[in-house]
Design a protein around this ligand. Structure first.
Ligand code: 8Z2
Ligand code: NDP
Length: 335
């Protein structure tokens, strides 16, 4: 029997996708996968199938969007270099801060180069103007800093919640209102391994848990428009940009994470992008409101947060069970 005919080259043909944070790390891998530029998918030395000019012969249009223009330009340039001239695949970039919802200005009408940073509303309207449709939205843009909860300032809390929760909401709402309500589509939200809380990153844990719940609400509210909404919860995934976000703490943070993965290695962005693209694709046509953990079982395993030995816990109530426990814990008597 041939393998599934659903997951095949050309799957995202003529589709238009917005990938926030699409120029780096996981977002870059998702964009590559949608554009079918992922060399890792082709075994070394494998021949291009007969009838297709190449694995890259047909593909979709991917709009990568985040705050930093230079990063976007470099990423788009590198992706474009890999797209063969015969391919209809297109990558377009648009600076946007997902925290900014409203169309405070309409910069896409100004003939300026480089493109100005847009609000979410302006981003969506600019993509529709350019490509005429939005089939997929991947809410991948986001992040946080590490800090014990007691040291997170109100401004820092707000920055992380605004980015990861409110930014995701802005993008979902706008894409739905402007296109998917009438035309259907698929949305994937990237969250995190916050299933045991997220000590050391409480702000992002709270925001991502909220996005997990938002995913379920939207899956139901938007079902009648033919919109599927799912989430992916990655384990610890290594990329240079993810590491650099934590400055001098980064290398150690990622190295220290290795023993906490049942795989005893970190994941890489290409191990997340395949799941995201599966959820976007017709292969997942009956999946909505789901969160797929892509973490090698990390969420079922040990927490990285060390609890020092202490005697601060309230005492247990007196009684025969406590007596028996004290007996059990008594140091063995010397003979
Ligand atoms: C340990 C657990 C095991 C963890 C185990 C290891 C797991 C690793 C899992 C990895 C998960 C990933 O997501 S890796 C992906 C990482 N990538 C990213 O995070 C990229 C995006 N991140 C960001 O842009 C930033 O981190 C974020 C804070 C969200 C937004 O930054 P902005 O530039 O918009 O905002 P800023 O102006 O810098 O900061 C706003 C305020 O936030 C606070 N703030 C910002 N950085 C701060 C910092 N390093 N320490 C304290 N506070 C900080 C300050 O109050 C800032 O105000 P002022 O004081 O006035 O300046
Ligand atoms: N790596 C990991 O272990 C894990 C990552 N994740 C999440 O996966 C996603 C991708 O992370 P990863 O690729 O690893 O790390 P990166 O740091 O490479 O990616 C984060 C991306 O988000 C963009 N971004 C951040 N803030 C905004 C904003 N306000 N508006 C628009 N774009 C923004 C950044 O671009 P720019 O700075 O240009 O805005 C960047 O491209 C993030 O949400 C991350 O938190 C979740 C679990 C684990």
């Amino acid at each position: 029997m041939a393998a599934s005919s659903v997951f095949r080259p050309g799957l995202f043909n003529n589709k238009v996708a917005i990938v926030t944070g699409g120029g780096t790390g996981i977002g870059r891998a998702i964009s590559n996968e949608l554009l079918e530029l992922g060399e890792h998918r082709r075994p070394k030395g494998a021949r291009v199938p007969r009838g297709a000019q190449s694995f890259k012969a047909q593909s979709c249009c991917v709009v990568i969007s985040s705050r930093k223009l230079e990063r976007l330009e470099k990423a788009a340039e590198e992706m474009r270099e890999k797209i063969p001239p015969s391919s209809p695949a297109r990558v377009s970039l648009q600076p946007c801060n997902i925290r900014d919802e409203d169309e405070v200005s309409a910069p896409c009408r100004r003939p300026v180069l480089p493109p100005p940073s847009l609000t979410v509303k302006a981003l969506v309207s600019s993509v529709l103007k350019q490509f005429g449709r939005i089939d997929y939205l991947v809410n991948n843009g986001g992040g946080q800093f590490s800090s014990p909860a007691e040291h997170i300032s109100s401004k820092g809390w707000k920055a992380v919640v605004d980015t990861n929760l409110t930014g995701t909401f802005h993008c979902c709402k706008e894409v739905y209102a402007a296109w998917m309500k009438q035309n259907g589509g698929a949305i994937v939200n990237i969250i995190a391994d916050m299933w045991k809380g997220f000590p050391g990153m409480a702000h992002t844990g709270a925001a991502r848990a909220a996005v997990d719940n938002l995913t379920k609400s939207l899956a139901i509210e938007w079902a009648s428009s033919g919109v599927r909404v799912n989430a992916v919860a990655p384990g610890t995934i290594f990329s240079k940009t993810a590491m650099e976000n934590y400055k001098e703490l980064g290398p150690n943070l990622f190295k220290r994470s290795i023993p906490f993965s049942p795989a005893k290695r970190l994941g890489v962005p290409e191990e997340i992008s395949s799941t995201v693209c599966f959820l976007l694709s017709p292969a997942a046509s009956y999946i909505s409101g789901a969160t797929l953990k892509v973490d090698a079982g990390q969420s079922l395993y040990r927490s990285m947060w060390e609890i020092p030995d202490h005697e601060a816990w309230p005492a247990a109530p007196e009684g025969e069970n406590l007596e028996a426990l004290r007996e059990l814990l008594k140091p063995p008597s010397k003979l």
